[in-house]
Design a protein around this ligand. Structure first.
Ligand code: NAD
Ligand code: TYD
Length: 365
């Protein structure tokens, strides 16, 4: 494989994955395809944008003609698909955008890749002379998904495994579940070469400050209220984003075709406990007295359909491919808080929409 398309590479996880792939694999051409929605930001990739094996293409995954062109122009062999609408709260307000991007966008990519790989296989070019019966040899479509497709767990010590029945509750998780089903259907129907991973909540640098951790760091920084949904008793399983990117790299190269892998850190936190760790860390790093920001905690109306608990069993990935998270949570949070406090300009620009105006003019939107 030589030419790899990463969709959503200007977003949070995508930018970490693009950085890893561009730096680690100079023999690959990495093509980052992103629409640059509010969540996509090329600032996230300043350090790799001038590398010879990196290229950015602005395109919409829902526009199949654009996708066909990008795949053909760049002779794409492998796709790692991350582009999505990703925030549960937005999905409650605007479910159609989630169905459009996450379901129809994934479908466009699957279809365009299948057409291209089928019509450009070595066998079809040689008029069947090579005798190869598999047009997808050396090709791969890797779909990046979420643990939220599995629904919600009770506080009973259970975990999501790869065999857990899908039971999505939010428009976001319903759209991701639907896209996962289409990816599997492509494998089962057309013999299309797929891999899927379902990961727990990520945290780290370059996450858009609408998700819990960067939102709260930013609010503490500005002495703004911290809106805790319900009683703050919901549980999430947190993984450092670079560990997720490393897992994707490993599965992309060594995972089995047609398989699903769960990725998680065995690192469950009740929201309110996590928020207290965040407050203590931000206060200490800002030189404020311990507990100074605790009064910012504000309990607000619960999110509609709020899943109680997510917990991932990533045992399969560990047993079969030897992956485990590299970072302890305390260390990850320390680094993450430090990054946001040192990158206040990034936080201010993404929240003010300044970067959007810049890229709108740059890419002539
Ligand atoms: P993000 O919202 O930060 O980034 C999404 C990216 O997709 C943005 O750069 C955006 O511009 C791009 N995009 C959106 N619509 C597009 C379209 N129509 N065409 C092309 N590009 C488009 O998301 P993220 O948190 O980095 O998540 C990336 C993927 O990982 C998603 O598929 C998400 O479901 C999955 N995931 C996320 C988490 C998490 O905790 N953030 C956990 C597990 C899985
Ligand atoms: P979030 O970062 O949106 O991720 P997800 O909903 O995909 O798990 O939220 C993480 C948890 O934090 C979730 O239980 C909802 C809660 N939450 C709040 O209490 N307040 C907030 O302002 C946000 C954004 C989230």
């Amino acid at each position: 494989m030589k030419n790899i398309l990463i969709t959503g590479g200007a977003g949070f996880i995508g930018s970490h994955l693009v950085r890893l792939m561009v730096n680690k694999y100079p023999q690959y051409n990495i093509i980052n395809l992103d629409l640059l929605t509010y969540a996509g930001n090329l600032e996230n990739l300043r350090d790799v944008e001038s590398k010879p094996n990196y290229k950015f293409v602005k395109a919409d995954i829902c526009d199949i003609e654009q996708i066909r062109r990008v795949i053909a122009d760049n002779q794409i062999d492998g796709i790692i698909h991350l582009a999505a609408e990703s925030h549960v709260d937005r999905s409650i307000v605007d479910p159609f955008s989630f169905a459009r991007t996450n379901v129809m966008g994934t479908l466009s990519l699957l279809q365009a890749a299948r057409e291209y790989w089928t019509s450009n296989s070595r066998d079809s070019k040689s008029g069947g002379a090579t005798g190869s019966s598999n047009p997808f040899e050396g090709k791969l479509f890797y779909h990046v998904s979420t643990d939220e497709v599995y629904g919600s767990l009770e506080n009973d010590g259970s975990f999501f495994t790869e065999d857990t029945k899908y039971d999505p509750h939010s428009p976001y998780s319903a759209s991701k579940a639907s896209s996962d089903h289409f990816v599997r259907a492509w494998h089962d129907t057309y013999g299309f070469p797929v891999k899927i991973s379902n990961c727990s909540n990520n945290y780290g640098s370059f996450q858009f400050p609408e998700k819990l951790i960067p939102l709260f760091i930013n609010n503490i920084r500005h002495n703004k209220p911290l809106p805790v949904y319900g009683k703050g008793e919901n549980v999430r399983d947190w993984l450092y984003v670079e560990d997720h990117a490393a897992a994707i790299d490993l599965i992309f190269h060594e995972g089995k075709l047609g398989e699903t892998y769960n990725i998680g850190g065995f690192n469950e936190w009740k929201n309110i406990d996590l928020i207290k760790v965040l407050i203590a860390t931000v206060d200490r790093q800002l030189g404020r007295p311990a507990g100074a920001s605790l009064p910012l905690i504000t309990y607000v109306t619960d999110r509609a359909g709020h899943d109680l608990r997510y917990a991932i069993d990533s045992g399969k990935l560990n047993r079969e491919l030897g992956w485990s998270p590299s970072l302890q949570f305390e260390e990850g949070i320390e680094k993450t808080v430090k990054w946001y406090l040192e990158n206040g300009k990034w936080l201010d620009s993404v929240t003010s929409g300044e970067y959007q105006k810049y890229y709108d003019s740059m890419y002539n939107r």
